[in-house]
Write a protein that binds this ligand. Sequence first.
Ligand code: PHE
Length: 351
Amino acid sequence: MDVETMIATFEAERERALVLARGAATPEELEAARVAVLGRRSPFAEAQRRLGALQPEDRRRAGKVANEAREAIVAALATRASELEAAAEEQLVAADRIDLTLPGRRPPIGSLHPLTIIEDEVVEAFVAMGFRVVEGPEVEDDWHNFEALNIPADHPARTMKDSLYVDVPGQPGLLLRTETSAAQIRTMESQGPPVYIVSPGRVFRRETPDATHLPVFHQVECLVVDEGITFADLKGTLEALVRSLFGPSRRVRLGPAYFPFVEPGAEVGVSCFRCDGAGCRVCGNGWIELLGAGMVHPQVLENCGYDSERLTGFAFGMGIERVAMLRWGIPDMRLLIEGDVRFLEQFGGAA
Ligand code: PHE
């Protein structure tokens, strides 16, 4: 191989190398290009091995061309290598880029249970009037649930048929409270007059669930004891409550009713919020019977050590389920305890 051919080879290989380097699309292809142009069996290496056979003058000239060509090739390979690396990096970044403008995943927001909504409203109405909220135990004894409330031993409410008794050895007569009225007794036992309390809570009765009955339901009890409390105070308080629950134009009517712990006792009706007393499908005759009430029986005051000559009081108790059913037109009480979210989320109580 003469010197001119050798120089031509170096220059040709240099051109070929630049093309191969630029065309390599992956690090593997680039490595293959390097082996092809600079490897031991490449035309470049072949020509280089023959440099030694040249005359010194020719060897210097051809050697110079060879060195420049090699440098150019190495530089081209390096440039391409870093280009490929940058591209790979970019791809990686693009692959796990987070788009901060995408809307987030919203966790489903719960809603307040309709019974909670009503209970809160009732309690709030009373707190606004200056009442205190008290809660009694759900497991009660005979005294607080019956005896002190003037419910005589032969009263039908005391039988196994109506109440749910709890079997605790050594503590006979424990039962799940049948009405929140038990809270009246506990309050009067623990404090002197005056009393202005409201007591919400669960109550229990031996009942087969149907559209209007549940064995576990909720009541709110209200008790006032002070000097000079009259039936008019009871009616005024009921009117305030009913208007806050069912709207400002509701009227209240009282009819006679018997509860052992009040005298006189009254059944409280409210003018229908749908037909305003004219008579409709919800109420029938224009009035909805809503709760039981009355003037606290003097015997109940005496049972708690209150002077029934000096003090009078009123009490009333209402079912929360019933209020919820009336308010929202819920046809079956059992819907309230089934826990179906599609039902529960309709009442708009933000949790
Ligand atoms: N506790 C009675 C009931 O469960 C309601 C009531 C409360 C009546 C207070 C009069 C006074 O039906």
